[in-house]
Design a protein around this ligand. Structure first.
Ligand SMILES: C[S@@+](CC[C@H](N)C(=O)[O-])C[C@H]1O[C@@H](n2cnc3c(N)ncnc32)[C@H](O)[C@@H]1O
Length: 278
């Protein structure tokens, strides 16, 4: 005979499993790949917000209110980001990484530079990269074909990225000279100028289950894999390695660590700032 506490735990576990399967079917979000601790913390946010006292209650909320699915997806994906996030990384990128990539292209006929911002959220990483390239290259930018591809699974974030309109808070880490040069202020909103928009495009792509992407000179995947299970991290880092051109660069988040087979393949370019070279 199960004791009351054991019955309660068994019921909670069953409701949690049901919730995960509903999320997978309805949102296409495979919870198995995400760390359980992360997943439970994020679900708790919605439990509290909807006044649900357990997973079973929350399943009912989802059944009664289809809008809750959108809010849940936003909560699960954690879209926190800002322009030039961890500015020290961008200092190295501006002074060493971008000049190295530009130099590698300067002699050959192929002047195309391809960059991937994987897990781009509302696009500020991609636009930060675009600003730096534009700034470094100056007039000679005309000789290069720079494409920055931002991908994410969160449609609302991608829409925001495509619009390229940001508020004062989101703009706080953009250099004043860059604000003047690359944004148009309308009321309290800052609109990204066409120069940067021409260099960037955004699309829906799931780095876990989507098609492999490749041919990049630099891949940024920052503050995304931290939420994933270790085996998946290892697999994704290998995908990023394979998705890079020879001598390409991989930039991870400051609190992320390179693990698995790619660790032996990548050369450390700047260990502190989590920048690796192929
Ligand atoms: C915390 S944001 C990071 C944004 C930016 N890279 C940065 O460092 O500021 C994490 C982003 O990863 C996205 N994400 C989560 N799982 C993903 C997946 N499987 N494929 C693509 N993007 C994913 C989320 O939707 C979210 O926008």
């Amino acid at each position: 005979m199960l004791k009351t506490a054991e019955r309660k735990t068994a019921k909670e576990d069953a409701d949690f499993a049901l919730l995960k399967s509903i999320i997978k079917t309805k949102l296409g979000f495979n919870c198995e790949y995400y760390k359980d601790s992360h997943f439970r913390r994020r679900i708790d946010v919605r439990l509290r917000a909807t006044g649900s006292s357990n997973f079973g209650d929350y399943v009912q909320v989802l059944k009664n209110d289809p809008n809750e699915y959108d809010v849940l997806l936003e909560t699960l994906t954690v879209n926190v980001t800002n322009f030039f996030r961890n500015s020290e990384v961008y200092d190295i990128i501006e002074e060493e990484v971008f000049p190295a990539v530009i130099k590698s292209k300067s002699t050959g006929l192929n002047k195309s530079i391809k960059i991937w911002s994987a897990g781009c959220s509302i696009g500020v990483e991609a636009y930060s990269i675009a600003m730096l390239f534009h700034h470094i290259l100056g007039n000679s930018i005309k000789r290069y074909n720079i494409t920055i591809t931002g991908t994410d699974i969160d449609k609302a974030s991608l829409q925001h990225a495509q619009q390229g309109v940001y508020n004062e808070t989101e703009m706080k880490d953009v250099r004043p000279a860059f604000i003047d040069k690359y944004f148009v202020k309308e009321g309290k909103q800052y609109h990204v100028k066409d120069e940067l928009k021409k260099m960037t495009h955004f699309k829906s792509h799931d780095m876990i289950s989507g098609p492999k992407m490749g041919g990049f000179d630099i891949i940024f995947c920052r503050n995304v894999t931290i939420y994933f299970e270790k085996e998946l991290q290892e697999k994704l880092y290998m995908n990023f390695y394979n998705g890079l051109n020879e001598n390409g660069f991989f930039v991870m988040g400051k609190t992320e660590t390179l693990i698995g087979p790619s660790k032996d393949l990548f050369k450390s370019f700047n260990a502190k700032e989590r920048i690796y070279a192929k």
